[in-house]
Design a protein around this ligand. Structure first.
Ligand SMILES: [Fe+2]
Length: 292
């Protein structure tokens, strides 16, 4: 009966991003699975304009920093001048990879989140940040969720990975392993890098929607870039209030999908026996991936 915990009872969620403030967003109007109406007509011209400015800032710097799969698909979001209508976007997306975008009031509890992903429904926050949060917003808003996450859902392999992640999450809840699995999400879906013939590129949504971290993650000599390793990731803590100190680099989305296909039950068990690793620590003998 784990689904019971995922039912919206108007209680503030507690997952993916911590803060002292209660989350913004109208949870009272959300349905039992935490989805709600986008209420597109309620966006003001100023909010559409803020979306446009955020979009244009990222689009201007994505070439040479974002992976090709992202660049090729970002146009599917529609014209940058307006916050997209989720229903229209879902039609296009569904034709390509059978995913759809659903509105949510903001952060939602883990089980509700996993449940939506397992049904190929990507939850996108309805509201947009305030103008004074142009450079940084604590909780994910519509710009982060849409611009950062949705383009890669047009990639069939990544789309399948996200669904498998959701199904794995429902299982992890039963095994009390959500913290370990959240690290996988963090270091791939949010802050993942991918190796390409042209060099390392970003595919993680936290990077792609960030004004500063996009260039930092790909070009700065400061952070460590190490090869993707599932167990290593599950052992590694992360920071939510600074740029990442370590990025994990995949060779392809196929590698990511295949590496995460096995049953995680014995992996969780093995990982729990090993010491945790602080963000930024490079282990002895560990390969560092060079940037050119
Ligand atoms: Fe995100």
């Amino acid at each position: 009966m784990q689904a019971v915990k995922a039912v919206n009872q108007g209680i503030a969620p507690v997952t993916y991003g911590q803060g002292d403030r209660p989350p913004r967003g109208d949870y009272a109007s959300a349905r039992a699975d935490y989805t709600c109406d986008q209420n597109w007509s309620a966006y003001t011209p100023q909010e559409h304009d803020l979306y446009r400015r955020l979009y244009e800032r990222q689009a201007a710097q994505m070439h040479g920093l974002a992976c090709d799969e992202f660049i090729d698909a970002v146009g599917h979001l529609g014209a940058p001048q307006r916050i997209p209508r989720f229903d229209q976007l879902s039609e296009t997306l569904h034709r390509r990879t059978r995913w759809e975008v659903v509105a949510v009031p903001g952060l939602i509890p883990e089980e509700a989140f996993f449940g939506l992903l397992a049904q190929r429904k990507f939850p996108v926050t309805g509201w947009i940040r305030k103008p004074e949060e142009f450079d940084y917003v604590v909780e994910p808003d519509v710009f982060h969720d849409l611009f950062g996450h949705v383009p890669l859902l047009f990639n069939p392999m990544f789309a399948d990975y996200m669904q498998a992640y959701g199904a794995g999450g429902l299982k992890a809840s039963r095994l009390d392993a959500c913290e370990l699995l959240a690290r996988l999400y963090w270091y791939t879906v949010e802050f993942g890098l991918i190796r390409t013939a042209q060099g390392v590129r970003a595919y993680g949504a936290g990077i792609l929607s960030s004004a500063g971290e996009l260039r930092y993650s790909v070009q700065s000599p400061e952070p460590s870039r190490v090869p993707f390793d599932l167990r290593r990731i599950m052992r590694t803590r992360y920071k939510i209030d600074t740029y990442q100190a370590t990025y994990f680099v995949i060779d392809s989305f196929q590698q990511l999908f295949e590496a995460t296909s096995p049953d995680f039950t014995p992996i969780y068990r093995a990982v729990r026996e090993l010491p945790q690793i602080d963000a930024g620590v490079v282990l002895e003998g560990e390969t560092r991936i060079a940037i050119e």
